[in-house]
Structure formats: structure tokens, C-alpha cells
Design a protein around this ligand. Sequence first.
Ligand SMILES: Nc1ncnc2c1ncn2[C@@H]1O[C@H](COP(=O)(O)OP(=O)(O)OP(=O)(O)O)[C@@H](O)[C@H]1O
Length: 235
Amino acid sequence: MIREGCEILIYLENVSKCYKNGVNALDNINLQINDGEFVYIIGPTGSGKSTLIKLLDGEEIPTAGTVSVEGIDVGKLKHRRVPYYRRNIGVVFQDFRLLPHMTIFENVAFALEAIGKDKVSIRRRVREVLELVDLSDKAKSFPNQLSGGQQQRATIARAIANKPKVLIADEPTGNLDPEKSNEILELLEKINVEEGTTILMVTHDITLVNKYKKRTISLEQGNVSADSAKGGYIR
Ligand SMILES: Nc1ncnc2c1ncn2[C@@H]1O[C@H](COP(=O)(O)OP(=O)(O)OP(=O)(O)O)[C@@H](O)[C@H]1O
């Protein structure tokens, strides 16, 4: 369903992914996500959620069909172009993945240095995103001096430092208690609104999905079994 007046950012047409071992992780799926949306991807284990993310960030290529992000045919990208393409996409995982020997400031700055930004703009942007995630006072701390919730906020700061169009969060609250999970959700909502970032969040946490209502896409055995944007049901 194309919503009028909205710009399509992510477009999957007849996409299938069959791994070399013969597993059909995704089976002919069609999806459209507009610029600025906040979308949950839910579904039981093995339903294809991670595979969908890997197709979107260029880690895997579809066996059939087209995966398009911002007009780029991701499945057809040349291998050496993939790192450049990834600059448009921020990814956050359940297990934080901060560099332990760097401070929080350095962790965020590193993401920008890697893409050749100049020092002054790096410093400005790092301060800005640390403020956004409410970690200004932890800039000089190392990851192991932060709580789990704070570490996840730092990984979010790092993921959005380069102002990606899309932020993909794969179970970002998987290691957090309900109170910290709520905080992360509220932070992602703020980023969605204030930075205009399109957010795709994979989650098993149905309590969050029910509390902070968003478009919800359900996967089951590699198929889209429900999409609330299409009047689908959520089990
Ligand atoms: N690299 C791979 N090679 C072969 N099969 C794979 C590979 N990655 C995933 N699969 C299979 O593809 C199917 C979908 O897996 P996927 O990881 O996408 O599911 P998921 O919904 O993310 O699961 P979970 O909630 O457990 O993370 C599963 O049957 C899985 O075993």
C-alpha cells in the first residue's frame, strides 16, 4: 500500500533468501517502509527477522527479488561499495559492541573518523549526540564503567552520529530490564522525531510493542504474516 504524500525509503519486491544449506529464510516477501516511519519487526525465532536486516544492510544478497533502500538496489551493490552504502544505515545490536579500550566520546568519534570527517565537526556532532542520548556526563568514561542501559544509549549515539537515514535496532532491549527498555524505546522515539530517522526495530518484547504502539510487521516462516499498516492483526 503506497501512502500518498509519503516518500518510500525501503522497498522489497518479491524477495526470497535461500541459504546455501537449502533453508528458505524469506519466501517472496513484499514490503514498503516510508521515510520517517517507526516500525517493529516481530516474529518467532527462525522466522527470518535477522535475514531481513542482513539484506537491508548488504551483509547478504537476496536469492530472488529486489531490496531497495533510498533508491539503491542493495542486492546489486558491488562488494567494494557496500561500506559506503552502510554509511546511510545505523545498526544497533543487543550486545552493545562498544570498543572497550576507548572512552564513550572516542567510541562515538571513531565512527565519524572512520569516514573521514574533520576534527571540529566530529567534536561538535559527538557532543550533540551524547546530549541527545543524555550521556554528556559520561563522555570520559569507559564502556565497562557504564550500566547496560547507558551502554546501549552510547551504541545508539554511535549509530546515529553520521545522521543515517535508517536506524536498524536488532533486539536493542534484549539485555535490559523493563524500566531501561522503556527508556531505550523513548530515546528511539525521540531520534525518530528530532532527527527524522526512519527506525526499524526487531523485538521479541511484546510488552513494549503493546505499550508504544507503532506499525508492526510480523514474520512467520519467512513470510509477512501480518502488517498493522495493512489492517493486519497482531497475535
Ligand atoms: N547463514 C545462514 N546459513 C544457513 N541458514 C541460516 C543462516 N542464517 C539463518 N539461517 C536460517 O534461516 C532461518 C531464518 O533465520 P533468521 O536468523 O533470519 O531468523 P530470526 O527470526 O532472526 O530468528 P531469531 O529470533 O532466533 O534471531 C532459520 O531457519 C535459520 O536457521
